[in-house]
Design a protein around this ligand. Sequence first.
Ligand code: PSZ
Length: 479
Amino acid sequence: MASTLLSRQLTYVLQQNLKFSLPRSRYVSQPANKTDVDVEFDGPLMKTEVPGPKSRELMKKLNELQNQESTTVLWIQSLMQARPGYNHPALVKLLQNPQNVSSFINRPALGCLPPENYVQKLSETLLSIAPKGLKQVQTMSCGSCSNENAFKAACIWYRNKERGNAIHTKEELESCMINQAPGSPDITILSFMGGFHGRTFGCLTATHSKAVHKLDIPAFDWPTAPFPTLKYPLEEFVSENAQEEARCLEEVEDLIVKFRKKGRNVAAIIVEPIQSEGGDNHASDDFFQKLRNIAKKHGCAFLCDEVQTGGGSTGKFWAHEHWGLDDPADIVTFSKKLLSGGYFYKDELRPDMPYRIFNTWLGDPSKNLMFSEVLNVIRREKLLDNVNESGKVLLQGLKDLQVLYPHILSKARGKGTFCSIDAPNDAIRNTLVLKMRNKGIVLGGCGEKSIRFRPALIFKPHHAHLFLNVFSDVLAAHK
Ligand code: PSZ
């Protein structure tokens, strides 16, 4: 208690000496004024710590049926994490419309029996937000499934290129059945240390964020390049960071050449615009432009994994739009905020035969229907502008808190509301996340010691202040 008081006093003294301190503020942030009265609340109201007794009981029962030790809480009440916010009235209305009922009851296998309105629905939804230069779309269910099939599309494209688009030989058709070359070719996919692309068997080779994901699972021997370890704030370390990026790009090219010499050509490079699970690691637009050019120079497909960054939270619908590429990525994968998964791709990467990229559901039109309404909300409520505005408040607030608590916080960084900050170690990070949860705010951890912010697109500047005030209290009380 005494130390809490002391740190509060210290905070106060510090604040008086800092020019950015705002009038009427608890610490660094403004009072959180309400704006949207119909669906607004004053802030989280917590009756127990989290998980509470009811959640604990339910978690115990669930854990008897399957390993559920990853569960943090059973969602009895809505929290602010879903994209246009939980229970958005527009989505409730969509579900209550009798005309939509059959989309939810009758799930078609899209590869064989797509619904009559599917072309129209795809045009209104996914194709309306297709990244520049990509006119084809393949729907899937989850992020891993999207990456798995993107890898396959890239391999099919690469081998067709190698054989000069000639027809597959009998030898190829026979050898693939026993997992041997030439039918199962020894081509590879280059990924980055710290990257996360999913936990399924193929994706896992390209995932390098935590050992627990990979332990005991066989992996392909594919090239892994270092991802730049940059210094923050990025604008203060431009030349030092550029050197680090150049080192990594050189390594990418070396690996491509080394693998080619071994007869193991790199068919594709996969990268996240911000390494998310790996710790919210950023790189410059210049890095990604050069990486794209390296892929092109060596004939590799350039795959951009926007499963986590796509959907608006970086302030643009696609995070890779920030790079200003002349030649677009060859494939862009998505899931999460787009409700179901899939990937956009260039015409050249279209498979040459049916059933080469295929599964039972290939996505879900009911998710697509909901996504059409999510897009309407994003457009109508100008949520990308909102993300940019709130992101500025959030990042500035984090930077201010970092000045006040330099022994606890460092490396405040982000684009839009896709922000993060580092704690000194994982124990302190986890304690802060836990304390915030008990105050009703769900944060996440990523990388070794980062706290990440992934608010819904409706997160407004006053929510950012609300959050910053609570975070500030937790930091002040942290011993
Ligand atoms: O622990 C996990 O399995 C987690 S926690 C967050 C994710 C997975 N993100 C999923 C993800 C991603 O962030 C990127 C960049 N690529 C692929 C994936 C895989 O998506 P899902 O989980 O839908 O298969």
